[in-house]
Write a protein that binds this ligand. Sequence first.
Ligand SMILES: *Cc1c(COP(=O)(O)O)cnc(C)c1O
Length: 394
Amino acid sequence: MTKSFADQRLDEATARIRRFLDHEQPDTPCLVIDLPTVRDRFTALRAALPEVGIFYAVKANPTPEVVGLLAAEGSCFDVASPAEIDLCLELGAAPEAISYSNPIKKARDVAYAFERGVRLFVSDSEQDVLALAEHAPGASVLLRILVNSKGSTYPFGKKFGCAPEMATDLLRLASESGLVPLGVAFHAGSQQLDPNGWDGAIADAALITAKLRAEGIELTTVNLGGGLPAGYLEQPPPLAEYAAAITASVERHFGDVRPRVMIEPGRAVVAEAGVIRSEVVLVAKKSYSDERRWVFLDIGRYGGLAETEGEAIAYPLVTSRDGVPHDGVPLGPVVLAGPTCDADDVLYQNACYELPLDLRAGDHVDLLRAGAYTASYSSVAFNGFAPLATHCVR
Ligand SMILES: *Cc1c(COP(=O)(O)O)cnc(C)c1O
């Protein structure tokens, strides 16, 4: 089978990163980000959704080089805290290019954001709307609704958003409180594998918009949140299918009065740009009868691989014994685990990973497509293991 252009580019990026690792031999574990791939992903998103405002979700990977590159490319930013606001501003983002999209925030953090020039906020509760009215007077507000995140590998559950009726009332409240009620926001769940996974929420947003229009409140915007997927062991449908499905949903539900559309991709921008290099600490068997070996790496759930919880995200692996994945090297089943003294620090025991039979302590295991939600999730120093270091390749 011939590889697609995108796959070839990705192979080139992985090869570039692995050359860097082999040449520099940095301490492991570490994450290496290929900046040309970040630029490539951002450019591909902009080309697929040319009329959509792209707000990169900083939490996916806040490495300064990544944020600076995206600011230079003209990206906007979705932030969740004063520190993320400072980071974006320092790296060249304009305050107008920032959306404070976390509905859970302290009143003094709202005041800080406002003081730094941020004028766009997402909310989902009465108290937060009132805090915005007081500490960010006249700012624009999007109301986040609860949505069904079926199709998502990493759903958000019920923590964020409120029922559409409540969101409608809160947009009215925003209007009465001197804020600019801008529109509806939602998140259809991360790693959304169904290109139509946004449709139900877009329909809800259009209903709210129509209802308020009838009362003279004109919402102009819909914020589709994140959820665009990355390729891990499993390949999602191509970006073009997502762009077509999303564009068709907006047209179908909003009709002639087309809203301004925002998206907040995190994973889709950075996941495929990163490789984590880890070292095998120990290979062990638990009994003479169990064929599976336990492979303990120097990175685990606390070192940046939090998304292996429930084995939700399955990273492709390449070891220093197989150069090219599964290139004729004899393989056997393994359980993969991290190095800490925590019983939950197991990465994969249900997924059927197979690694070379001669794998041993000191070998490298590279985790591919690991640029999103890894370094930013790593603990300060659980069990004395340092947080995951990030290096960038240009
Ligand atoms: C985390 C987050 C995102 C990014 O989600 P991805 O699935 O990584 O694209 C976008 N918007 C909000 C509000 C988020 O919290």
